[in-house]
Design a binder for this molecule. Structure first.
Ligand SMILES: CC/C=C\C/C=C\C/C=C\C/C=C\C/C=C\C/C=C\CCC(=O)SCCNC(=O)CCNC(=O)[C@H](O)C(C)(C)COP(=O)(O)OP(=O)(O)OC[C@H]1O[C@@H](n2cnc3c(N)ncnc32)[C@H](O)[C@@H]1OP(=O)(O)O
Ligand SMILES: CCCCCCCC/C=C\CCCCCCCC(=O)OC[C@@H](O)COP(=O)(O)O
Length: 375
């Protein structure tokens, strides 16, 4: 085992990585809070500052993926479309089958220079997650309750605010609405059957209302829908804990660019279009499983140094005070202070475990476990 492998397996390294993420993330959250007055004085400046601050957090996750675990994603796409990635606004439609699929999205956003401004339609519960959820609030992610009676009002309002975004962005929309499980798949295929739609093998039936309101509210300010299909070699099931332990995964991503003008405006037509898209995506997944390839050529999108530099800078900033604190703690020898510090560490580890739990499919919500009707 080399030095790198040995380091990656050390619990102390995992504790330090987690500490850097939590401490720097909370500091960034505090800085984001301090930008509140700027929103009233100069909205565009406040948004730009928050994109940079958001980058400080999300690029740590990218550093973990790209540099700590050394995972490299094989990108299949049309080389003629590649120069457009990151240079225009886009709606990203991605299959939701893996615990940390959003981190692969982030990794590509970083390569295309739009990580800080990246957006998503996310369930409201995630807004309360410290560091990540609070950062998303300031970088204007679109929160939804997955109850159409409420979302039909609030989601278009949040989307409208993105129209004059000062920076290019990619907005991620998981149309399946929840992560893939066997039970959710079975139920959603029952819904497909009652609607007379063809069955999907590798996806849940997409929820069409969110896609339709997103396209309609961003028409004119977003150039394209990016259809993304992600899978892993040898049925790998990537996890955050796996990445923390330095496990290298082998993802493959197929990206198609579809001009927004080609998507129908009417709700029913748009819904039919999305169902057809998911049938195609299902075919791409099947092809990958059968042949180990997606259609189209492989394009190289090299990782960048930014996330590593950001990570090292934040590590230096928050590890030095920790070291100084530990030295003074043990030299003072006060039992009470040592006990209080241990209790604090225990609390922080519980918080971190809970945060990691948010990514785990075994703790997935009950949404999609039964047929619901919002119409
Ligand atoms: C080139 C680029 C390359 C790389 C870059 C890639 C990507 C990077 C981009 C950005 C990254 C940025 C950030 C990433 C970070 C974070 C994101 C991470 C995770 C968070 C993700 C989530 O939180 S997912 C959950 C939240 N999101 C959604 O739910 C969105 C999808 N949902 C919708 O759109 C819904 O329509 C809704 C939420 C708006 C409303 O939901 P609701 O359930 O109330 O209503 P619906 O109308 O949708 O549902 C009722 C209809 O559905 C039928 N039904 C009933 N039961 C089922 C069932 N079990 N399955 C399927 N369908 C069902 C029912 O019959 C109703 O049908 P109708 O015909 O009446 O519509
Ligand atoms: C350098 C260390 C970097 C560590 C980076 C850690 C980043 C993650 C830390 C905490 C995670 C909190 C946010 C988790 C976001 C989870 C996204 C997700 O996939 O949500 C699920 C949602 O779609 C559907 O939910 P359900 O399937 O209905 O339930």
């Amino acid at each position: 085992m080399g030095l790198g492998e040995c380091l990656k397996s050390q619990v102390l390294c995992h504790v330090l990585i987690s500490y850097v993420f939590l401490a720097s993330g909370l500091l960034v959250n505090l800085l984001q809070l301090c930008t509140l007055p700027v929103w009233w004085l100069n909205k565009s400046l406040a948004r730009r500052i928050n994109c940079r601050l958001g980058y400080c957090i999300s690029s740590q996750a990218v550093a973990l993926l790209d540099w700590w675990s050394g995972t490299e994603c094989t990108l299949y796409t049309d080389p003629k479309m590649y120069p457009l990635f990151g240079n225009e606004n886009g709606i990203v439609v991605l299959n939701h089958s893996f615990e940390i699929d959003f981190m692969f999205g982030w990794s590509f956003c970083e390569r295309f220079g739009v990580l800080g401004s990246s957006k998503a339609v996310v369930k409201k519960e995630l807004a309360y997650v410290p560091v990540i959820g609070w950062m998303w609030y300031f970088t204007e992610l679109v929160f939804c309750t997955r109850k159409w009676e409420e979302d039909r009002i609030t989601v278009p309002q949040s989307l409208q605010k993105l129209r004059d975004s000062p920076e290019n962005y990619l907005l991620l929309l998981y149309c399946e609405g929840t992560r893939f499980t066997a039970q959710k798949h079975r139920i959603s295929m029952e819904v497909a059957e009652t609607k007379g739609l063809p069955k999907l093998k590798h996806h849940l039936l997409p929820r069409t209302k969110g896609f339709w309101v997103t396209v309609q509210n961003l028409r004119g300010s977003v150039a394209a829908v990016y259809d993304l299909t992600l899978n892993f070699r040898n049925n790998e099931t990537p996890s955050l804990l796996g990445l923390l332990r330095g496990k290298k995964y082998h993802p493959a991503l197929y990206v198609r660019r579809i001009p927004l003008e080609s998507i129908p405006e009417g709700e029913a037509e748009c819904a039919a279009w999305l169902h057809k898209l998911y049938q195609e995506k299902d075919g791409f997944q099947e092809q990958y499983i059968q042949t180990g390839r997606y259609p189209g050529p492989i394009v190289s999108a090299p990782r960048r140094l930014g996330p590593l530099i950001n990570w090292l800078c934040w590590s230096a900033l928050v590890l030095f005070p920790l070291g100084a604190f530990l030295v003074s703690l043990f030299s003072s020898g006060s039992t009470l202070t040592i006990l209080a510090s241990l209790a604090f560490c225990y609390g922080a580890s519980l918080l971190l475990r809970w945060m990691i739990g948010q990514t785990e499919i075994s703790r997935s919500s009950g949404y999609g476990n039964k047929v619901n009707s919002s119409s």
